[in-house]
Ligand binder design. Sequence first.
Ligand code: FE
Length: 344
Amino acid sequence: MSRKALGGKLLVAMMAVLGLSIGMAGNAVANGEVNIYSYRQPFLIKPMLNAFTHQTGIKTNVVFAPKGMITRLKKEGKNSPADVVLTVDIGRINDAVEAGVLQRVKTKKLAANVPSWDRDPSGLWYALTRRARIVYASRERVKPGDLSTYEALTDPKWKGRICIRSSQNAYNVALLASLVAHHGEAKAEEWAKGLKANLARKPQGNDRAQVKAIFSGECDISLGNSYYMGKMLTNEKQIAWAESVFLFFPNQDGRGAHMNISGAGVTKYAPRKDNAVKLLEFLSDDLAQKMYAEQNFEYPVKPGVPWSGLVESWGKFKADELDMVKVAKNRATAVRIFDRVGIP
Ligand code: FE
């Protein structure tokens, strides 16, 4: 390859890396568009965005980045082309709040679609989907009657039988943050100690890797987000893992199962705020809610929107309606507890 051709290729590659943001900046004044910075994978949100364009005629441009989006928004400041941020986990949403990159938005539709405990009271963000963080248990070695609450996972009968992913993972941080909110720091720390004492191995891998470990006999129960059951059942290589476990929704006689969310907010300097609000309203409304639920086996936030058939088959359950703002507030404490207790 000639040097010139190579140079050309490099330039194209660099343009591809920078391209989306250049494209966005160029379109910043155009009407009929909305620019999205997304932590959510493109394949998950594309169908909803297509439906939005179909319904409103507003074109969507998505920059997907699994990391660094909030830093980028902060750096871009008033020049940011972004109108909307889509994130997963209350932690990420809270990071965006703390970085000051969101603006307050309040509409009747958003208030009607999203329950009060699943949105920021001042309108900085709205949850769009919910997921339960629950127990995956071996069909062979555990009976549903053996399980009851998150608190009971510290019972010595589970010694050497529990697998979890790293405590640094946002889903685990949120779960512990909910325990801090419900019981206070000292009791939550006791719980973390008890959990550590029952671990079958050093925390590692993702939620699905824990189910694989149950399948292979390394442990008997794990903690995982509900939608991974759907993902495993629709993945040829993982069906056997999924079929080796049953789902257990803890704390059904009390506050209900811990819920986490994915959510969205309008950026502080959104050049197309009107379109951004339209998008949030659309994503929180019946059609998109149903699509979200089908696509990723999540729970709709909007009351009355049907669940996917598979999710429905896991059964109705009581969900903890703890205000997600309280979960967010206790995240830092949760991280410190995991640290002190020494769960990696
Ligand atoms: Fe996940």
